[in-house]
Design a protein around this ligand. Structure first.
Ligand code: ADP
Ligand code: AMP
Length: 218
């Protein structure tokens, strides 16, 4: 039987990372965010990072083969054996097909794909207030989830910053990319009978409870 193999799908800013980090902690499986992996590579100035940087800065999707290779390596690590939460991957039908192949070849399959549903105006509001820790990647929000001390991460004491691609022009482009290339995955996973929808508009605690209800004892 497969582990807790989950995908979190939805527009940027819907709260996927916030919920994935928490659920992963509770269930003891890794939270695999392709955005975090790519930002880490950019920061480290690795060959992968140099390839990806321009796409991230412009709010464009990084080419499929680059991201698929990165995810393949991540899923091969031993901590992913009993499950994983993929956050921000897949983002295109080609990525979803590649993921199916990767899992099948390991004798696994996705347990569920959770779609975080949120209206555009709320997406903009969330991204507009997002603060990210430059050291540990923890997420805050100026209004909804402020740190106890301005500009400082509660968890690790690192500095908080506004992500470069959370600025208005880039956010618009990221939403276009989502609509054009990622939204078709809703039909893709619905057709496979594994899509689960969650109303992402409530407070963090409410979404957390809805998510637990949806996944049940899984
Ligand atoms: P995603 O991973 O989908 O891009 P995040 O988890 O980074 O989204 O959330 C985007 C922003 O919204 C962050 O600043 C986060 O603190 C905040 N946020 C997340 N979930 C909620 C929620 N349920 N209510 C209000 N703000 C939220
Ligand atoms: P995120 O942190 O999920 O909002 O992702 C930030 C950026 O990383 C995106 O705007 C893309 O440029 C890139 N990215 C993350 N995941 C993927 C993916 N699965 N496919 C292509 N590009 C990605």
């Amino acid at each position: 039987m497969t582990g807790l193999d989950l995908v979190f799908l939805g527009p940027p800013g819907a709260g996927k990372g916030t919920q994935a980090a928490e659920l992963a902690r509770r269930r003891g499986v890794p939270h695999v965010s392709t955005g975090d992996l790519l930002r880490g590579a950019v920061k480290a100035d690795s060959p992968l990072g140099r390839q990806a940087r321009g796409y991230l800065d412009r709010g464009r999707l990084v080419p499929d083969e680059v991201v698929v290779g990165m995810v393949r390596e991540r899923l091969d690590r031993s901590d992913a054996r009993k499950g994983f939460i993929l956050d921000g991957f897949p983002r295109t039908v080609a990525q979803a097909e590649a993921l199916d192949r990767e899992l099948t070849s390991r004798g696994r399959r996705l347990r569920a794909v959770v779609l975080f549903e949120l209206q555009d105006d709320e997406v903009l509001e969330r991204l507009g207030g997002r603060l990210t820790c430059t050291s540990c990647g923890a997420m805050y929000h100026l209004r909804h989830e402020p740190p106890s001390q301005e500009g400082i991460c509660d968890r690790c004491g690192g500095g908080l910053e506004v992500r470069e691609d959370d600025r208005p022009g880039t956010v618009r482009r990221r939403l276009e990319e989502y609509r054009e290339k990622t939204a078709p995955l809703v039909a893709y996973y619905q057709g496979r009978g594994i899509l689960r929808r969650v109303d992402a508009s409530g407070p963090i605690e409410e979404v957390r409870a809805a998510l637990e209800g949806l996944l049940g004892g899984e």
